[in-house]
Structure formats: C-alpha cells, structure tokens
Design a protein around this ligand. Structure first.
Ligand code: BTN
Length: 270
C-alpha cells in the first residue's frame, strides 16, 4: 500500500542481505548510525581503507552539508543520507565528472525500485516531476600521493515530514508517489549495487561510458537556462548537453561559439 506510515529503521544487516553479489564483494563495510554531524565529514576524517568501499548511513544528520556551503536538511528516519568512501586510483584529471556518473547510477537505482522517472540536473541533482529529489556531494581528502581518498555523499528524499519540507528554500519532491511504499533498506541496497558498479567503471574508464545514459536523463537538454557566475553575473543560453568531460555545453545565441561550463564555476537554473 502506498503511503503506509510504518517506520522501519535502517539496518546494516538488512541492507547487506539485500545486496547483489558483486556489491557484497566490493563493499568492505556498511554501518548505520542513529545520528551524526555529516556522513561525509565523518568518513573524510576516518583513515582510508585500502580495499573495498566503506559505507556509512545515518538516520539523521545534525550538520548535513550540500554543495556551495548549503545545509542539507536531514530529519530523522525520513530519507536516506549516506556516504561511500573509496580509494580512487584513476587519473586526477578525470575525477571532476564523477558526480555525474554517480547521478546516473543513483537515478537508475531509484527508478528500478520505485518505477518513477528520475531526471538529472547538471551537475549533481536528482529530479522528480521538476523538483529536487536528491543531491550528491563529492569531496576529496588531500593526499600526498595516490590513491586519493574520495567520499561520495548522497541525500535522497523518501518521505518528507511536513515541518521539514516547510524549511527548504527550493521546490522539492520525495518518493511518496511510488506505486509501492518504499522500503528504505531495499532502496539503500539497490543504490549500493548501482554505485559499486559505477565507481569501479568510472575509475577504469572515466565519464565516457556514462555519457549516453546521462543524456537520456538530462533535465536541461535543449532548454533555455540562466547561468549564474560566482561573481554574481548572470547570462542566458540554451543547454546543448554534457560532453565527455562532464562540462555543460551552452550556446548564448544561434551561430555563436558553444561555451563549456564546468561544475563548481557556475550554477545553472531553468
Ligand atoms: C546538494 O544537492 O547540495 C548535495 C547534497 C548532499 C547531501 C548528502 S546527505 C549524505 C552526505 N552527508 C552530507 O553532509 N552531505 C551528503
């Protein structure tokens, strides 16, 4: 029954039991905390495991962080907040579009579990019905030599409590529209199945193998967009898609050269 209000806590053993064999082999540990400041902060502070992904979920975060210094509202038991810590051994120059590949993996997993059509808004957002469903925050720990300690953080709205929703300053969505009530443990396992595959593939091959799947879910593709630069300047253009380095291609008028926007340098609105 959709909308059932029975609270099922997250459980590391339930998540592990639902993992596919390839993910079970790739993941060194899954932990669930009742509360933490931020799963990203916590994993960044821990020593890097040399083999296997370390996964940390929390039922709530007291200092959940989004991109651009924003707060990620993390009400208790409502959503999924988790981070995956990994030793990245690929080329550093290929790392920037990792968030786009992670977005593709998360979108596929959420769509498989819920049947809901998930789109991606460049560079790091998951969208449902034109509103933000989730976000990705990738951080690295400065290391003097390879491998690089990379932490992939994912926040995904599952069932937004009324009070929490009122405090969010942008249109949001959650998974209540799914035909079946969402089991967070099964959704967590599906996300880890997809992420295990994606992280290994990205390390070996970069963003190129994800480009076509990204394009199929690209919310901005062929839309007029507003580009906001860090210095406060705003300009407009038409989004032409994402290239194999994860840059957003934008044209301000027909016939003028296409601009390649890099994540972190600008923000883009529809
Ligand atoms: C964004 O859209 O701005 C990114 C949001 C990322 C939120 C997740 S929740 C788990 C992990 N821990 C954090 O503090 N942030 C990420």
């Amino acid at each position: 029954m959709n909308g059932a209000n029975t609270f099922v806590p997250l459980s590391a053993s339930a998540i592990e039991a639902a993992l596919q064999p390839h993910a079970r082999a790739a993941i060194a540990s899954v932990r669930v905390l009742e509360e933490t400041d931020s799963t990203n902060t916590r994993l960044l502070a821990e020593p890097l495991a040399r083999t296997g992904f370390e996964v940390l979920f929390a039922e709530s975060q007291t200092a959940g962080r989004g991109r651009r210094g924003r707060t990620w509202h993390s009400p208790k038991g409502a959503h999924l907040y988790f981070s995956v810590s990994t030793a990245y051994r690929g080329a550093l120059s290929l790392l920037p579009p990792l968030a786009l590949a992670v977005g593709v993996a998360c979108a596929e997993a959420v769509e498989t579990v819920t049947g809901l059509p998930i789109r991606l808004k460049w560079p790091n957002d998951l969208y449902l019905e034109g509103r933000k469903l989730g976000g990705i925050l990738i951080e690295t720990q400065a290391m003097t030599r390879a491998p690089v300690h990379v932490v992939v953080g994912v926040g995904l709205n599952v069932r937004m409590p009324v009070e929490a929703g009122a405090g969010i300053d942008q249109p949001w969505s959650d998974l209540r529209g799914a035909p079946q009530a969402v089991d967070r443990n099964l959704l967590a396992a599906a996300l880890l199945d997809a992420l295990s595959t994606a992280l290994l593939k990205f390390e070996a091959e970069g963003f190129a193998p994800f480009k076509a799947d990204y394009a199929r879910r690209d919310l901005l593709l062929d839309h007029a967009v507003e580009i906001h630069a860090a210095n406060g300047e705003t300009r407009s253009g038409r989004a032409l898609g994402v290239d194999s380095e994860g840059a957003l291609c934008v044209q301000s008028a027909p016939g003028v050269p296409v601009e390649r926007l890099r994540a972190g340098e600008v923000s883009v609105r529809l």
